[in-house]
Design a binder for this molecule. Structure first.
Ligand SMILES: [Zn+2]
Ligand SMILES: [Zn+2]
Length: 137
């Protein structure tokens, strides 16, 4: 088992209790929280944490490839510790963001490269709809 301390060190990041707490929270959830949501979740157990620290930490995590930042059109950034390319589906009613698997993502990327002559570096594939919980309400 590789520890969070080791993960941070490997990325050349200074290990602080707050960085450990933020990465632990993000790697333990599939909810794609925003900076504010991370801050609110950690405040009870990390009373000295500030929103500015959360933002700064997320920034360094993003730069070192520890997390990916999502823009799904809700006016803020959401964060995902799963940095492998994967699509998302967003509930237009409750705002929850879900992961799912899709076949042919790399073939899609090749098609884009072929048609545009771009070197494709990444993509954000986002679908929108009503989630099962909202649909059954
Ligand atoms: Zn919903
Ligand atoms: Zn995700």
């Amino acid at each position: 088992m590789i520890t969070i301390t080791e993960v941070l060190r490997e990325k050349g990041l200074k290990v602080t209790p707050q960085r450990i707490a933020i990465y632990a929270m993000l790697s333990g959830t599939k909810s794609h929280p925003s900076a504010e949501e991370i801050y609110k979740a950690l405040m009870p157990t990390n009373p000295t944490i500030s929103l500015a620290t959360v933002y700064k930490t997320l920034d360094s995590f993003k730069t070192t490839g520890l997390v990916q930042e999502l823009s799904v059109g809700n006016g803020r950034s959401n964060y995902d510790a799963n940095v492998l390319p994967h699509p998302h589906i967003v509930c237009t009613n409750c705002g929850k963001i879900f992961d799912f698997e899709i076949q042919g993502l790399s073939s899609l990327r090749n098609q884009v490269a072929d048609q545009t002559d771009f070197i494709v570096e990444g993509e954000q594939l986002t679908f929108y709809g009503i989630c099962p919980a909202c649909r059954h309400n």
